[in-house]
Design a protein around this ligand. Structure first.
Ligand code: AMP
Ligand code: ZN
Length: 466
């Protein structure tokens, strides 16, 4: 029996049965990267969780339209509208223009997604491409009396929106206290936030636009309200981000959107927990101290899919610990799964079979229980150990891989490379990661003695028939 899809909704703090507002498609909006530096693997944990969500929605037959923004202006170094624009700061750091920085890091981000087999959104949108829509939204808020002007910009008065804490579930006094950290004495309330910031008087910003209030740039939160409404219309189903977005960014998005339209903004809000580095090292894009896909994986000849595999072992609402040991264990786990799958693929001898329904139901029950991927991964192991035929195992696991996205099909497709050779290749990759050069050379000789050749290249290691 097919289970309903239940998702944890931060708004209600409960798991709820998911049903889109309209039957034709499900609107999914995920807050995208601020493109002033590479994404770190913590950021990418959030994008991996969102990718699983989208795949699970599609696995359930929902027709998803996914929008992701690219923040290329307006995100200041302090979340409460103080400090420098991250893009202009990045530009100064690298001696390039803010526009060049944005393009460079947006491309790098898309490459990271590809490396992790994260499906791209249906619609990409840049904040700088929707300035007009953001201004129009601010004008609506102004007309309705939610805004006020101070020296450095136009602000949203959070006390005018009665349900301001409905997402954060904090009491307002607590929130005001938390917001007091970055003081802007002209603001009426600490939680009030900028809708439009004025360019500094004696300085020309690289990114600035004319507006009814003066030259400047949009506040960070308004872009996501404007772009989600612009691209998803009234299909405002699920909005996601990391947990750090609950108290400020998403709370402000809800306040300004609902104040402007008088209608509920998204009905499902989902948030991924953080990746933490064991030993307390904090990863921060702003300090430049962080792990990227290339520094952690590709440069070390480790497949970035190891990280995808690792992220499936922890539920998205639980903090995930990163350490060298955790990486090693994920590497071994992924290699083992690939080997198990490869053996099955070889043993099918071309036979075809249907997906096993009993296991599919079990797998679906796991992923539909608020994306319980650790349980879903355990179902894959059950299939492997079961007495199903190899062809049935193959078809069933490949079907599940539409959700897990571990590229198992390509593993099986490593045409004509026998499992024995592939096993030696995998061991060699491990030996090199361990800097065990003697073992690496020995494995190369063994592979060559069996009639294959190892090619080392920048893209990684490949084996071909001699
Ligand atoms: P940013 O590019 O800084 O706007 O962040 C992009 C996304 O990464 C946001 O959804 C953040 O909530 C999320 N994020 C930031 N740090 C982490 C972390 N350590 N673990 C998981 N997600 C994170
Ligand atoms: Zn956003």
């Amino acid at each position: 029996m097919k289970t309903e899809l239940r998702l944890y909704n931060t708004l209600s703090r409960k798991k709820e049965t998911f049903k889109p507002l309209f039957d034709d498609y499900t609107g999914l909006y995920t807050c995208g990267p601020t493109v002033y530096n590479y994404a770190h693997i913590g950021n990418l944990r959030t994008y991996l969780f969102e990718d699983i969500l989208k795949r699970v929605l599609r696995f359930n037959g929902f027709n998803v339209s996914h929008v992701m923004n690219i923040t290329d202006v307006g995100h200041l170094t302090g979340d409460r509208d103080m400090g420098e624009d991250k893009l202009e700061k990045g530009a100064a750091r690298e001696g390039k223009s803010a526009w060049e920085i944005a393009e460079f890091y947006a491309d790098a981000f898309k490459k990271d997604l590809k490396e992790l087999n994260i499906q791209e959104p249906d619609i990409w949108c840049k904040a700088t491409d929707s300035i007009k829509e953001q201004i129009e939204l601010i004008q609506v808020l102004e007309k309705k009396g939610y805004t006020y002007q101070i020296n450095d910009g136009i602000y949203f008065d959070t006390t005018k929106f009665s349900d301001y804490t409905k997402l954060s579930h904090q009491n307002l006094a607590e929130l005001q206290e938390g917001a007091r950290v970055e003081k802007n004495i002209e603001k009426k309330n600490p939680t009030d936030f900028a809708l439009w910031k004025f360019s500094p008087e004696n300085e020309q910003r690289q990114m600035e636009w004319e507006s009814p209030w003066g030259t400047g740039f949009p506040g960070w939160h308004i872009e996501c309200s404007a772009m989600s409404m612009m691209h998803l219309k009234d299909h405002l189903d699920i909005h996601c981000g990391g947990i750090d977005h609950i108290d400020v960014h998403h709370t402000n998005e809800i306040a300004q959107s609902e104040a402007a339209t008088g209608e509920p903004f998204f009905h499902f809000w989902m948030h991924g927990a953080f990746l933490n580095i064991t030993g307390g090292k904090k990863m921060a894009k702003s300090s430049g101290n962080f792990l990227t896909v290339s520094s952690t994986f590709t440069d070390q000849n480790i497949s970035p899919l190891v990280y995808r595999f690792a992220s499936l072992q922890t539920h998205y609402r639980k903090p995930m610990e990163y350490s060298d040991d955790a990486l090693k264990s994920a590497e071994n786990g992924y290699r083992h799964l690939k080997n198990q799958f490869r053996v099955i693929a070889e043993q099918t001898n071309g036979a075809e079979a249907d997906v096993n329904i009993a296991f599919k139901n079990k797998f679906t029950a796991a992923v539909n229980d608020d994306l319980n991927m650790p349980r879903a991964m355990a179902v894959i192991q059950e299939v492997l150990k079961s007495d199903l035929s190899d062809a049935e195992k193959y078809a069933t696991i490949l079907d599940f891989d539409k959700v897990t996205g571990l590229c198992l099909e390509t593993v099986a497709d490593k045409d004509e490379i026998p499992a024995q050779i592939q096993g030696k290749m995998d061991a060699r990759i491990q030996a090199r990661a361990d800097k065990d050069w003697a073992m690496s050379d020995q494995l190369r000789d063994e592979i060559e003695a069996l009639g294959y050749m190892v090619q080392d290249s920048k893209e990684g290691m490949k084996v071909i028939k001699k």
